[in-house]
Design a protein around this ligand. Sequence first.
Ligand code: ARG
Ligand code: ZN
Ligand code: CA
Length: 361
Amino acid sequence: MYFILFLLHLSESFNSIYIFMKKILLGLAAFALIVTACSKEEVSEQDLTQQEIIKDNGEIAGKSRACHSDYNLKRQIKENPGLENILNSIESKTKRFIDSKRPGNGNGGGNNGGGEEPPTDFPIVTIPVYVHVIYSNNQENISDAQINSQIAVLNKDFRMNNSDANQIPSEFADNAADTQINFTLAGVTRTSSSRTSWGTRDDMKRSSQGGVDPIDPANYLNMWVCNIGGGILGYAQFPGGSAATDGVVISPQYFGNTGFVSAPFDEGRTTTHEVGHYLNLRHIWGDGRCKQDDFVSDTPASDRANYGCPSYPTSHCRSTDMTMNYMDYVDDACMYMFSNGQKLRMRAVLEADGARASLAN
Ligand code: ARG
Ligand code: ZN
Ligand code: CA
């Protein structure tokens, strides 16, 4: 590499190219340093599941996320040595389910005429939801209307009835999924607290910590709406974790699409994203480099999160990123689809033998 640069350097007319290449090289070197510093202990693909159980705090914490998750991962394994096996078994069950849906194996591939795509027709299931509002001021004590608006957004997004689905580029039109999952509000609890921010260590889920215990988490999706702090919009627990902390947490200003909401995360998509995790979806870039998978075959490989509202096409790893997917990090107005492959992962945990089977009605 340096030899090539030296040759380029000989020629004045190539000087700007030289500076450009040098910048790239220095950038790569710096990146390599960061990566090495962060991954003293190798993080395997399976480990990534566990990192995410602990927290999902992309956005502002973005850059240091991997390191922080690695730290949390060790704590989680220490606290619960059986977790790794549980996650492995959920993952292999999911893989078996998806394989069984492949066309041509005589086991469910028949209902779209032996085409290339897996079947997309499932029974429609409804997941009942408890919302726990924990507030330290009147604004945070969000209205019933705001809570209902979030349930409505979930139903639109998961059933592909969202009005912005028409923005899906033709490249991905065939991948867009109606997950055939509905949500219904089972009840709301309201708790006043002097605590103004709750962090990501699950205190809001424990009455012993001034929070609210989940209600029957095997049969209900519990959502805690409280100020997390630190610029974190929300976080989720993946299937397989402890029942005592199962559910999703969303800050009130990112919950629903009316009332006390804050742009550009004011369309209720933080909850769509977190419920995706809760139903076993990873981020579409697999939280790693090009080869780090999200275990979904129809989300193109990428090596990074996208933010804001990316122009189309945005490409990384030699393919167009599905930036409009709910499992990227873009603004609410710029995410508007789940893929068929993601649908299969979510439906796998809702199957009769799945980790979230008892949620489905
Ligand atoms: N857990 C992510 C965060 O806290 C949620 C990102 C959701 N994205 C969105 N457009 N609402 O940053
Ligand atoms: Zn996430
Ligand atoms: Ca993928």
